[in-house]
Design a protein around this ligand. Structure first.
Ligand code: NAG
Ligand code: NAG
Length: 183
C-alpha cells in the first residue's frame, strides 16, 4: 500500500504554515512593523569641473586616456541631493560613493552609492544603490540593495533621468525617482 496523495498535500501545507509562522516571528523579533512603499524624488548634482567640484577621478588605467568610453576611470563623489533641479534648491542629502566606466563599447557606468538623507522624515537614514548606468539612455534603472535607519532591510529601484548635462564642463543634474519597500 502506497502513501495516500492527500498526505503530501497535508505535509506541504504544514511546511508552508511553519515557514509563515517563522517569518512572522522573525519580523516580530526584529520589531520591523508593517512593510510599506515610499516614493522619493530628488535631484543629484554631479560637478566634475569648475567651482565646487563634487566628483573626483581617483584611478584610471594607462589606456583610459585613449579610450572613447574612458574605460577604467574610477570617480569618487560626494554629490548634493536637492529637492528641485536648481543647485540652490533645498538640500535633502548627499550621494556618497563611486562610479566607474565599465564598458569598452559605450559609456556605461557601474554605480555603487550610498544616499545619505539629511532632511525630512528620512534624515539620518541611508539607501545603498548598485547598478548599471547607461548615461545616454533616457531612463536608467538601478537597484536598491539595502539601507539603514528607517531603511533597514530596504529593497527597491531608482529611475534616473538626466535633467541637464553640460558637454563643456561635464557637469550633470539628474532626476532620481526612487521606489523603496521598507518597514
Ligand atoms: C537631521 O538630523 C541631524 C542629526 O539628528 C540634525 O542635526 C539636523 O538638524 C537634521 N536636519 C534637518 C534638516 O532636519
Ligand atoms: C516615478 O516612478 C513611479 C514608479 O516607478 C512612476 O509611477 C512615476 O510616474 C514616476 N514619476 C516621475 C515624476 O517620473
Amino acid at each position: 500500500m502506497g502513501i495516500h496523495p492527500q498526505f503530501w498535500v497535508f505535509a506541504v501545507a504544514v511546511t508552508i504554515l511553519i515557514c509563515a509562522l517563522q517569518a512572522t516571528e522573525t519580523a516580530a523579533q526584529l520589531k520591523l512593523g508593517k512593510e510599506k512603499v515610499s516614493n522619493l524624488q530628488f535631484y543629484f548634482h554631479d560637478r566634475v569641473s569648475g567651482q565646487g567640484v563634487t566628483a573626483v577621478e581617483v584611478a584610471s588605467a594607462p589606456s583610459t586616456k585613449t579610450s572613447a568610453t574612458l574605460f577604467g576611470a574610477v570617480i569618487v563623489m560626494d554629490d548634493p541631493l536637492t529637492e528641485g533641479p536648481e543647485p540652490t534648491s533645498k538640500l535633502v542629502g548627499r550621494a556618497q560613493g563611486l562610479y566607474a566606466s565599465a564598458s569598452q563599447e559605450e559609456l556605461h557606468l557601474l554605480m555603487a552609492v550610498t544616499y545619505v538623507f539629511q532632511a525630512g522624515k528620512f534624515n539620518g537614514s541611508t539607501l545603498a544603490v548598485v547598478g548599471h548606468n547607461a548615461v545616454f539612455k533616457e531612463v536608467r534603472e538601478m537597484a536598491i540593495v539595502g539601507g539603514s535607519g528607517k531603511f533597514r532591510l530596504a529593497r527597491g529601484y531608482c529611475l534616473a533621468h538626466t535633467h541637464s548635462f553640460d558637454l563643456h564642463s561635464g557637469n550633470a543634474v539628474v532626476h532620481y525617482n526612487v521606489t523603496v519597500i521598507h518597514y
